[in-house]
Design a protein around this ligand. Structure first.
Ligand SMILES: [Zn+2]
Length: 78
């Protein structure tokens, strides 16, 4: 399937929207990641800030990998 230029610009617009909804960025995500992991392990309700972390982790492979190893480490300690 080939995209014509109109479809292509729609696609670009969509990907910008996706990036925009992720307001946290990797630095912000990283700062709150341990809190987020702990909240998940404790199964407490997520605050708005923690939801932002979750949104970022879902969209960012780099932070997702980081989060998985953090979670593994925390489980080993527990
Ligand atoms: Zn990230």
């Amino acid at each position: 399937m080939r995209l014509d230029s109109r479809q292509f610009s729609e696609l670009i617009k969509l990907s910008f929207t996706a990036v925009k909804s992720d307001t946290l960025g990797c630095d912000g995500c990283y700062e709150m990641m341990d809190q987020f992991a702990q909240a998940n392990l404790d199964r407490v309700e997520l605050s708005d800030a923690m939801r932002l972390v979750r949104t970022h982790i879902e969209q960012c492979k780099c932070c997702r990998d980081e989060y998985q190893s953090l979670l593994t480490a925390l489980r080993e300690v527990a």
